[in-house]
Design a protein around this ligand. Structure first.
Ligand code: 5GP
Length: 115
């Protein structure tokens, strides 16, 4: 069974997509916790940070490139932003398909991610 984010990649579920390449997609979080809240997702079902393999290096590089391009496009690069990855239960992970949260558009409070 494919993950929720693979369904977004395959256009089975709608999302507000802001960036896409062969290896990465980025879209607005459905439940934003900051004025700008974007999820950056590899087009490979890597469940958690613990599961990244050496051969995934290109996906991870592309995710960081996406962050650089998106934050510049959305004009938050200079003021700053926060990037978070939640891992497993104690990290508060809900969707088991690796992703970065980009939070910006205001000063982000300490450790902010959950509502
Ligand atoms: P996690 O807790 O796994 O780090 O983050 C999962 C994120 O996915 C949450 O911030 C949640 O709001 C977001 N999310 C869950 N379902 C959907 C959806 O259907 N569409 C979008 N765009 N975001 C979703």
């Amino acid at each position: 069974m494919s993950t929720l984010f693979t369904k977004i990649i395959n256009r089975e579920i709608p999302a507000n997509i802001v960036y896409e390449t062969e290896k990465v997609i980025a879209f607005k979080d459905i439940n934003p916790v900051a004025p700008i809240h974007i999820l950056v997702v590899p087009k490979k079902e890597i469940p958690t940070l613990n599961d990244i393999k050496d051969e995934d290096a290109e996906y991870i590089m592309e995710m960081y490139k996406a962050i650089r391009v998106i934050t510049k496009d959305l004009k938050i690069a200079e003021d700053g932003y926060r990037v978070i990855t939640n891992c497993n239960t104690n990290g508060g992970q809900e969707v088991y398909h690796l992703h970065f949260h980009i939070l910006g558009g205001e000063k982000i409070g300490l450790m902010r991610i959950k509502k």
